[in-house]
Each structure stands twice: as C-alpha cells, then as structure tokens.
Design a protein around this ligand. Structure first.
Ligand SMILES: Cc1cc2nc3c(=O)[nH]c(=O)nc-3n(C[C@H](O)[C@H](O)[C@H](O)COP(=O)(O)O)c2cc1C
Length: 162
C-alpha cells in the first residue's frame, strides 16, 4: 500500500514536468501527424497542429509542377504562409517541431510559426523531427540552425516508419 501511494505521489510530481513539453507539427497529408501523435504520447507532451489558414490541396502539393503552391513557396525563401491560430509557447521548456521534408528542408509554414513565436522560443530546447519519402533530416537541421541561430537546436529525428 505504502509503495502504491509513493508511486502515485511520484507520478503526480512528474506530471507538471512532462506537461512542459510541446509537440508542434505541420502535416499536409497525415504522415507527420501520426508521428507527432505517437511522439506526444511517448513524451507525455501537449500536441499542437500548425495549420495553414488555407489548406494544401493535392494540386498545391504537386512537386513536379513548378507553378504549384508548394513549389512557389519553396522557391521563395521569404515566403511565410499564414497560420490559422497562434500558439502560446510560454509554458514549455522543450519544443519538438515536426514537418514533412519538402525539397530537403522544412516547409515555409514552419518559418511562419518560428517567426511568430521567435522571442518566446529563445532559451527553450528545440528538437526538430520530420517524415520524408527518403531524404534525411540533416539538411533541414542545418537550415534551421542557420536561419534561427538564436534558438537552442538539438539533434533532429527522422520518424519514418520502417
Ligand atoms: C512539395 C513536396 C516536396 C517533397 N520533397 C521531398 C524531399 O525533398 N525528400 C523526400 O524524401 N520527400 C519529399 N516529399 C515527401 C514528403 O516529405 C513525405 O511524403 C512526408 O512524409 C509527407 O508528410 P505529411 O503527410 O505529414 O505531409 C515531398 C513532398 C511534397 C508534397
């Protein structure tokens, strides 16, 4: 009985610590979403979907078409697609940021989200994660470190299913 009570007390004490982790992600077709849900469960973290104000259609995602929305966005490093709702990142110490790899790096909506939350994200542990067709996450890690040098980036994770 004593052991049981102790375990409950410990679990209760650990909860606020774990609750300080955020898993924020963008997913166009559901793959990153599934990975983010799994990760949030494992980390006992709060899950947050970064949603574009305007959803991506299949035509928008056509990487073979140089005029598709995703191609146009990725061809312009300054592009910042509008996000539907803002996030309050202040309660969290650790922030996982998830996305599908687009042309080797993160989709521009991730820049929108980071730009929107930049001063508040400083000092937090930032961990990128991604899903992809085959690419690794390394190029995205380099890009994020270079574009947001004031953030405390840790090693990224590629969460493709095997
Ligand atoms: C516009 C676009 C560009 C992509 N570029 C790459 C790429 O450079 N390398 C890669 O391995 N996969 C690439 N992919 C495939 C996605 O990264 C992969 O399907 C991902 O798991 C999709 O995640 P989601 O379902 O969460 O959107 C690309 C997909 C799209 C739509």
């Amino acid at each position: 009985m004593k052991k049981y009570v102790m375990a409950l007390v410990c679990a209760a004490m650990m909860m606020p610590m774990n609750a300080k982790t955020l898993v924020a992600f963008f997913s166009a077709t559901g793959t990153t979403k599934a990975a983010a849900e799994k990760l949030a469960k494992q980390q006992n973290a709060v899950l947050w979907e970064i949603e574009p104000a305007e959803k991506y259609t299949a035509a928008d995602l056509d990487w073979r078409n140089s005029k598709s929305r995703s191609s146009m966005e990725m061809n312009d490093p300054e592009e910042r697609p509008t996000i539907k709702r803002c996030t309050d990142v202040t309660p969290y110490d650790t922030v996982y940021v998830g996305f599908p790899i687009w042309w080797g790096i993160c989709p521009r909506i991730i820049n929108s989200w980071l730009d929107n939350n930049l001063p508040q994200l400083e000092g937090k542990t930032m961990i990128p994660f991604a899903t992809s067709g085959s690419s690794g996450i390394e190029e995205a890690e380099v890009y994020l470190k270079k574009t947001y040098p004031s953030l405390n980036w840790k090693k990224g994770m590629l969460l493709n299913q095997r």
